[in-house]
Design a protein around this ligand. Sequence first.
Ligand code: FUC
Length: 349
Amino acid sequence: MKQAYGSTPDGAAVDLYTLTNATGIRAQITNYGAIVTSLLVPDREGRLSDVVLGFDRLEGYLGKHPYFGVICGRYANRIAKGCFTLNGVEYTLARNDGENHLHGGSRGFDKMVWTAAEVAEQDGAGLRLAYSSPAGEEGYPGNLEVAVTYTLTDRNELRIDYLATTDADTVLNLTHHGYFNLADGGAGDVLKHEVMIDAARFLPVDTGWIPTGELRRVEGTLMDFNQPTAIGARIERDDEQLAHGKGYDHTWMLNSEPGRLSLAARVYEPSSGRVMEVLTTEPGIQFFTGNILDGTVTGKGGAVYRRRHGLCLECQHFPDSPNKPQFPTTVLRPGQRYTQTTVYRFSAE
Ligand code: FUC
């Protein structure tokens, strides 16, 4: 179902799409920024409520906000000092996060109007969003064609299938930047959420959140989430990496084989019983605990989003890969197809 959602300052009309699956869970998605604006899933009593942070109206998303529910591109997370070299040519990008480049620059995919079409997928209701990014946009080379299909499956999953092609060598790293709070949608904090991440290593960062290049073992560190652990259990400990991240804001290198859809993370929220499993084909997951939320953003239903009222599990390649040859490559060449599948699967216990 499609309804008008308003228009951008330059006059482009924007729509809001509602997907409902056979069990009655519901997602709302706008073609502005490919943003998931709401996601209603049941608790252990079967009561539906919204588990993502965001705004009631388009105006909220048009203003400054920390990437609520968007698709980030061309490059999710950071590129150090906003430069990289590809085939001997140096490319300069916006430094929109201190001295670094973040989430595609000043006007990334999160601020674009995408073309949308409702599609009937085999296993649920889908919305296909497409965007053509011209060569040079935000400093990146290559004309890039991107398609993102959200499917709300009858197994209570929000599946995201990505596809991209280019006509010249470029770099690409796409992710979905949903902020989740399985208890109350963001009115309170996420510290009681228990998190498991299937990863033996994580990427330590410097004070600007740029990976040092080390792939450090999680064993014996506060970054070990192999056993489900409440977010609040260790987050305030005195630790160099928690200080640099201002909490958890790091990439974990997943144990699974990249390219094969596998369980990456699981979140359990004890008061509601809600469970969210995250499956992906990507090599990494950015676990971010909403450390920068500071109460200045008022979102849906008047909820004030304070520090750690939402968590993100962003499936992606590693930050700053264009400058880190030892990381899995993010280079996309003509004739290649960039693909990614990520699934957020909901249940309750
Ligand atoms: C996540 C984090 C970043 C940033 C952004 C809004 O991707 O990794 O540090 O705060 O969200």
